[in-house]
Design a protein around this ligand. Structure first.
Ligand SMILES: [Zn+2]
Length: 402
């Protein structure tokens, strides 16, 4: 009997001790703030919507659920499709996408936020035998960012338009007076070129981009470029065998015109374009108005003529794919390089050609030599740059810094 009494007393004492310990630790938990370490999303520190803590004690589990009063609801506007969520390496994060899809990641992760809406994040963290669970939500409204290389260009300038932060395989439509190049879309970005036709009036032209049915309106204020006038004579024999020769004209049209519609789907060029010949004199400028043999209306010179002795090396102005290399009665030995998306350079009247159609060439690579073949009155290289059927001033390509 005495033994049982002693046992009960011991049991009561143990129970009280246990209760005191539990209470003590419970107090500790309540005194502690959640061990929040900086957790960043889209480079912004996030706050938690709610948090709960599970505390292990006496080999058992005493769940303590608690809403932390000072935790605000996370409500961030994201501007980047791909975000980095930074957490501890051991943190388990469950992401619920707006469409209900669930993904589990650990630690630092790249998260794609292509779809606008609310993303729910559950962070499970185990630290010092304690499980912490935090929840936060992020409201995402992704918008594209659009950059136009110059909204005040001059006639004959080439604009580069870059669109960032768009979902993969976006629907992009361009509405502009001028004909844009093909569009390349890659890694949440898109790019295309917009040539300012040199023969079109200098005035304000609207540019409307439609990206996944959202429209973005811009104005391109095209300024006047002063084109030179030149009067000169060409002998009847040169004219009659080229511009006055129907067969030569037909051959030229059948070979060159189809190239206005073709394009490479990759961008091969990089940085500024280079002059295709070094140390030459410019004998005819871009867009020059030529009054040949006292003609009443001028013909326009769509490229730059570099006069220099025959045999001078001709270099590829930038990297690209040789789309045409051959002889045409009208313009002599000719090379056409597609640098990507249909941005092309033309090299005409050459003495010879040292590369082959289909070759990939590097910037500065030897492609042939200066000559005076075709409709030409002396040793020179006719160098021309085009997007589709619109010629652009190569001088602007030399200045590209990207
Ligand atoms: Zn020329």
């Amino acid at each position: 009997m005495k033994f049982i009494k002693t046992f009960i007393v011991l049991l009561i004492i143990t129970g009280i001790a246990l209760g005191v310990y539990v209470f003590y630790d419970y107090q500790n938990v309540l005194k502690e703030s959640a061990p929040i370490q900086t957790l960043t999303f889209n480079d912004v520190e996030i706050s938690y919507k709610n948090a709960s803590v599970e505390y292990h004690i006496l080999n058992g589990l005493i769940p303590i659920k608690r809403d932390f009063q000072n935790l605000n609801q996370a409500n961030l506007i994201s501007t980047n499709i791909v975000n980095t969520l930074s957490a501890l390496e051991t943190d388990q994060i469950e992401i619920t996408y707006p469409d209900g899809t669930i993904q589990n990641v650990v630690g630092v992760s790249q998260i794609n936020l292509e779809e606008n809406g609310t993303y729910l994040f559950k962070l499970l963290r185990t630290q010092d035998k304690t499980n912490y669970q935090f929840e936060f939500s992020v409201d995402v409204e992704s918008r594209p960012t659009i950059s136009i290389s110059n909204q005040n260009p001059v006639q004959g300038e080439l604009l580069i338009v870059e669109i960032n932060n768009i979902p993969l395989n976006s629907q992009i439509d361009i509405d502009n007076h001028f004909r844009p190049s093909a569009i390349i879309q890659k890694d949440y970005k898109a790019r295309f070129y917009l040539p300012m036709a040199y023969r079109e009036a200098a005035k304000v032209y609207p540019l409307t981009l439609s990206i996944n049915n959202q429209t973005y309106n811009y104005e391109i204020d095209v300024k006047t470029y002063v084109f030179k006038e030149i009067h000169f004579t060409v002998s009847a024999s040169v004219s009659s065998s080229t511009v006055g020769n129907n067969d030569a004209v037909t051959q030229y049209r059948e070979t060159i015109y189809p190239l206005y519609e073709t394009f490479e789907t990759e961008e091969y060029w990089e940085g500024n374009f280079i002059k295709p010949v070094e140390g030459a004199r410019i004998s005819s400028t871009f867009g020059e108005m030529r009054f040949v043999n006292n003609a009443k209306t001028p013909s326009r010179h769509a490229g730059i003529d570099y006069a220099i002795k025959c045999g001078t090396e001709v270099l590829a102005s930038n990297a690209g794919k040789v789309e045409y290399a051959g002889f045409l009665t009208m313009i002599g030995n000719t090379i056409v390089i597609d640098h990507g998306l249909g941005l092309k350079t033309f090299y005409e009247h050459m003495e010879d050609i040292t590369i082959t159609q289909g070759d990939m060439v590097e910037k500065g690579q030897l492609i042939g030599h200066v000559g005076t073949t075709g409709y030409s009155t002396g040793c020179h290289l006719h160098f021309q740059a085009m997007v589709k059927n619109q010629s652009i001033n190569p001088e602007f390509l030399y200045k590209i810094t990207e």
